[in-house]
Design a protein. Structure first.
Length: 122
């Protein structure tokens, strides 16, 4: 019997973005299963913050308010963050799992957000 595993590759583990811009956290995965993957992105903090969880491109659950209307998940697992904020800076863990597969694909991408804000009226 074939041992099912999700094989995931991350073409670029270091991403730079600027406040107000966008960042593409790019991943690719392969699997023998035809089932849609469950894709989970988390931002590493003292306690990991779930950025988004989806089945294929369909987001499941409710997004945290700070991510509303700023996120897009692609079929290959890639995450697009719009309208970057300084708080988006950090290391993102991605996990791709498929029901039929025993092993889950996991990886990390570090996003650096440069704050080129001239007038900061907070």
């Amino acid at each position: 019997a074939e041992v099912g595993a999700v094989n995931m590759t991350i073409p670029n583990a270091l991403i730079r973005g600027a406040v107000g811009g966008e960042a593409l956290l790019s991943v690719r995965y392969s699997s023998f299963s035809l089932d849609l993957p469950v894709i989970k992105w988390q931002l590493q903090r003292e306690k990991a913050v779930t950025v988004v969880q989806s089945i294929g491109t369909d987001i499941i659950g409710t997004l945290r308010p700070e991510y509303q209307d700023r996120i897009l998940v692609f079929e290959n697992g890639t995450l697009l963050l719009h309208n970057l904020r300084l708080s988006d800076d950090g290391t993102y863990d991605v996990e791709i799992s498929i029901t039929d597969d025993i092993f889950t694909g996991e990886g990390s991408i570090t996003l650096t957000v440069d704050g080129r804000v001239r007038n900061s009226s907070v």
